[in-house]
Design a protein around this ligand. Sequence first.
Ligand SMILES: *Cc1c(COP(=O)(O)O)cnc(C)c1O
Length: 328
Amino acid sequence: MTLHIETPLLESRALSLKTGRTVLLKLEGLQPSGSFKLRGVGFACEEHKRRGARRFVAASGGNAGYAVAYAGRELGIPVTVVVPQTTSERAKALIRGEEADVVVHGASFAESNAYALSTLGDGDAYLHAFDDPLLWEGHATMIEEVARQTERPDLLVCSVGGGGLLAGVVEGLRRVGWSDIPVLAVETDGASSFHEALKAGAPVALTKIQSVATSLGANKVAARIVTLAKEHPIRNCLVTDAEAIQGSVTLLEEHRLLTEPACGASVAALVRIPEYFPEAQRIVVIACGGVGTTSQQLLEWSDFYRLEGEQVAASHSDEVHLPESLQR
Ligand SMILES: *Cc1c(COP(=O)(O)O)cnc(C)c1O
């Protein structure tokens, strides 16, 4: 028994027709915690429980914190999630709904994380959102499932925040003997920490993150994925916020799935495949999910960019500013 569930691998007829290739979606948004995060977090929490942990501590107002809260309730271990002041009431309510304690501390993730670490005592296990080999081991199970669900694909597509998902995908490809299958690793322009790390040859801290894809907003990636980029065929691709939102709208309209733009980004990247991997015919997209976006918010964003797009076309301006009210 695992805390995560086996998810369907669905051929997207709409995306296959649009791209002229076969597009398969790994529906990780169907996990009980609404994102793939439960694979790694669940695996790590079970391991910490085995080692005697009596409390789980996480710093995240997003899908990682929610997954830890879910895992703790399932395993009967109390959970404390430290979140920054910017965290929405809805996110806090979701975490509390899993019976976790929510502690609001700090103006940024870095501040709440430092605080969470300072509270650790005997019997506490700290769960990182992306930089932990236990997470990568758990995330890798999604590729083991894919290998049971379909014949060999030519390409994997996944989003990159801090790189836990990418590290897990590559680990999974190795486990099933697919270490030659390339990965398209997708970010949004305003959260391009992997892009910058690849340029520098090592993780670099971004001074500013500005993207609607907040789950991709790790300001510094795990060193592991910079190493993996030297060992495995990985290419990095950037999409705009507007494209990521459109990707989520496509999943909503074509597959009745509500996802964050962090997930829509991977769908949006499909149109770039001729540029990056022209030979790839059979493509698996990790539809990583995410609970942070409501349908109303997604449609507001989508309307905003449609209107902006028209204005930009009219004025030939290349600056698009998301008004404060539409930022999260
Ligand atoms: C965490 C998350 C990501 C990014 O994963 P990393 O392991 O940080 O790279 C992408 N999408 C969603 C929905 C997430 O929750």
